[in-house]
Design a protein around this ligand. Structure first.
Ligand code: DC
Length: 450
């Protein structure tokens, strides 16, 4: 069971700092929805759109992809793949966000993303309409406020520390104007939900405010859910299971061109390398399967794909997308999608499951990094999590060659018998189940490396 805490309030009440700290104490994920609105505003500012022109703003929304990731517990905001966490914190973006967030199309655009994060995680989500619109059923709702003067004082301190030159009066005027805009707009005005608990931080220090929010959450979580918290951490589900349907068919032309490319590359690789394949019969004919392999070289996804008739996708580190144009086009053609290293967030798992749901195969290297000496490492549980969430087959793969890859090198690619989470009795994403499936996958890979 996930716990949702909705934290609303006006600008500058300290919501984000307080929510972030309280979330750490509670072991919840902190979700800053303001950052999402700010990213959209930044995008519009960069495009030079007239922010008063609602239609023009709405028309550009399809070009935007906003993602939240977490790095060492810190939320980072990615706008079309670029980390804009710092860029969105200027006064110009604040004002622009206040404007663009009043447009219904903009709110609709972010609604799904916000609800989705909340359904999968125990969270403290801060914003303006979280308790009223986004999470009307949140177990705890808090309305955090402070007098406009106190908020202006705090905000001024922050801006001066960042080197912005602005006066107290300007900051206060900004805050009053933003309050006006946020409270009086037609769509999702800033409003305290009837069942929200009021926390006024005007006379509290930061520490006191964090304690107050923390204790308000702990004291207001319904009793049954507190009891649920006692479930052993080994049995607690990390993410809900969402078996893929395996019904989705990929676009005919995508499959056709992928296979054309596959045959061309098979020809080239047979000339360039002394390559052979074993266990090809183990490769499922359909899509939506995971290929879990040891990791030896950047060629690995191609080695694996050459006998997968349905297009593959695989996670590749961000940096690889900034190499030369030809290389980027090639890895994209073979289904690479970027992951930001160390972000450890669930969006990578979601993206992986989405690829499987679309019918693509997914290649995962559980070791994470390439092994120079050919020994298979321990492997991380990400592969098990994707398999358990999607409830789909995992084909173990062993890639074998000695030393470095070069012209006419002997390469043997072995596909093992697919492993089914269901056959192993794995129907949840509890750490206990994930460990079981990960061990099974890694043992199978080791058997194929010799
Ligand atoms: O909390 P913040 O200052 O980072 O928010 C930036 C702007 O986005 C602010 O003007 C209000 C708006 N916003 C909103 O309309 N709804 C939310 N859930 C969060 C922020």
């Amino acid at each position: 069971m996930t716990i949702n805490v909705a934290l609303d309030g006006p600008s500058g009440a300290g919501k984000s700092t307080i929510a972030r700290a309280a979330a750490i104490k509670l072991g919840y994920v902190y979700v800053d929805t303001g950052a999402m609105y700010r990213s959209i505003a930044l995008f519009m500012l960069n495009k030079g759109v007239d922010l008063e022109n609602e239609g023009a703003v709405a028309a550009l929304l399809p070009e935007i992809d906003v993602k939240l990731t977490y790095e060492n517990g810190e939320q980072r905001v990615l706008l079309n793949g670029e980390d804009v966490s710092e860029k969105i914190r200027t006064s110009e973006v604040s004002m622009a966000a206040s404007k663009t967030s009043s447009y219904p199309e903009v709110r609709k655009f972010l609604l799904g993303l916000q609800k989705d994060i909340a359904s999968k995680n125990s969270i403290i989500m801060d914003g303006r309409d979280i308790g009223t619109v986004i999470l009307p059923d949140a177990q705890v709702k808090i309305f955090l406020t402070a007098s406009a003067e106190k908020r202006a004082e705090r905000r001024l301190k922050e801006l001066v520390e960042k080197g912005e030159s602005i006066s107290y009066d300007e900051v206060l005027a900004d805050i009053i104007k933003r309050d006006e805009q946020d409270m009086n707009r037609e769509t999702a005005p800033l409003k305290r939900a009837d069942d929200a608990i009021l926390v006024d931080t005007s006379d509290l220090t930061l520490e006191e405010s964090i304690d107050k929010v923390y204790s308000t959450v702990v004291n207001n979580i319904p009793k049954e859910e507190k009891a649920e918290k006692k479930v052993s951490s080994r049995d607690r589900e990390l993410m809900p299971v969402r078996p893929i349907s395996k019904k989705h068919k990929l676009n005919f032309f995508d499959v056709f061109f992928y296979n054309l490319l596959r045959y061309i590359v098979i020809g080239i690789y047979h000339i360039y390398y002394n390559i052979s394949y074993e266990g090809v019969d183990n490769v499922p004919k359909d899509g939506g399967n995971i290929f879990a392999s040891n990791h030896r070289s950047y060629q690995d996804p191609v080695f694996i794909a050459l006998h997968a008739r349905i297009p593959i996708s695989y996670m590749a580190k961000e940096e690889l997308f900034h190499k030369n144009v030809f290389f980027t086009a090639l890895i994209k053609a073979f289904g690479a999608f970027p992951v930001v290293r160390g972000s450890g967030d669930t969006s990578v798992i979601d993206t992986s499951v989405e690829k499987l749901e679309k019918g693509r195969n997914l290649v995962i290297f559980p070791e994470g990094t390439r092994s120079k000496d050919g020994k298979v490492g321990k492997g991380k549980t990400g592969v098990a999590l994707v398999a358990a969430v999607a409830q789909t087959k995992v084909v173990p793969v062993g890639i074998n060659f000695e030393g470095k890859l070069k012209f006419r090198k002997r390469v043997v690619v072995r596909y093992g018998k697919p492993i089914e989470p269901k056959e192993l009795g794995i129907t949840s994403t509890s750490p206990r189940d994930l460990k079981k499936i990960k061990s099974e996958i890694m043992e199978n890979i080791v058997d194929l490396v010799h």
